[in-house]
Design a protein around this ligand. Structure first.
Ligand code: MN9
Length: 296
């Protein structure tokens, strides 16, 4: 049985840094992982939406898993996002993640074609069966129109004990709570950082988020205050985080986060096209925000 405790808490959805030529930058992956380990995060979710995973080649995604694992040195829990449209490619990446020493894999449902739920279930079984590490379903209906419901999840978890969790990236807190009542007792992650406290209140075991990359301390503070029952303090910090998240959303979340980290001494490069570069106005606002956080 998998020890689910190690999956709880605050896990940055790791941004993927690029060098001047637009290739994945190993030295910045190293810096970013260490910067966050120092802050006390519980693990990392690598190559997901935030990590621009589906904009990378399969080889790049596997290389990224290796870079992250090297930097992590076994110090925290690693989850590899291997989701893509073709099962075959997802399996290749799942194997790469297992070899790199990851604790679990995760996948968004296959997209573009509107696959039915039987095809999607089969996709998850095929990927999960290809490796010996557990699977965390990435429920992100906004990205692919597939919304995991409790009944489908119950079936999947009952049929294969490799399924241990759900990363829930929707604002449907009722669905999140319903997952927590499943017999399999999955780990459930809150996916939208701006609702982290809401997710915890409805039973989430932790969060996976993009904004944690540079402000993990705020989410660790919310998590700890919530655990202590200090809701006022948890709300205060969530409000602070959301003021910053409003700015990130205004200028483009991932490009903004990368720029804040640039300012903190971790060269991140921009986002891969078709993402647009950050505008000059955004840069000056974000440089001010960066001053609140420690340099790497
Ligand atoms: O991985 C992220 N999800 C997406 C989590 O970007 C789809 C979140 O951290 C958001 O970026 C964040 C801002 O809306 O909550």
């Amino acid at each position: 049985m998998t020890d689910k405790n190690k999956f709880k808490g605050v896990l940055p959805a790791l941004l993927t840094p690029f060098d001047k030529d637009g290739n994945v930058c190993k030295s910045s992956v190293d810096k970013l992982v260490r910067y966050n380990l120092k802050k006390g995060v519980n693990g990392f979710y690598v190559g997901g939406s935030t990590g621009e995973g589906i904009l990378l080649t399969i080889e790049e995604r596997i290389a990224l898993f290796n870079y992250a694992a090297e930097a992590n040195e076994g110090k925290s829990t690693l989850i590899a996002h291997v989701g893509t449209i073709a099962t075959k490619h997802a399996i290749e990446m799942a194997k790469g993640a297992e070899k790199a020493g990851f604790d679990a894999i995760s996948a968004v449902a296959p997209y573009y074609f509107k696959f039915g739920s039987e095809a999607i279930k089969q996709y998850y079984y095929d990927i999960a069966s290809s490796v010996n590490i557990p699977m965390i379903i990435y429920n992100f209906p906004g990205a692919n129109g597939f919304s995991l419901d409790k009944e489908t999840a119950e079936n999947m978890f009952a049929a294969n004990d490799k399924f241990i969790g759900i990363k829930h990236t929707t604002s449907d807190m009722y669905a999140l709570q319903q997952f927590k009542t499943m017999k399999a007792d999955p780990i459930v992650y809150n996916g939208f950082d701006e609702m982290f406290l809401g997710g915890l209140a409805m039973g989430a075991d932790g969060g996976i988020g993009s904004t944690y990359n540079f402000m993990a301390e705020k989410f660790i503070a919310i998590y700890n205050a919530f655990k202590k029952g200090d809701i006022k303090e948890a709300q205060r910090v969530q409000n602070e985080a959301n003021e910053i998240i409003n700015v990130l959303i205004k200028y483009g979340v991932f490009a903004s986060e990368k720029y804040v980290l640039d300012c903190l001494g971790i060269p991140m490069g921009g986002c891969r096209k078709p993402f647009l570069p950050l505008c000059e106005e955004g840069k000056s606002v974000l440089a001010e925000i960066a001053k609140q956080f420690p340099q790497a």
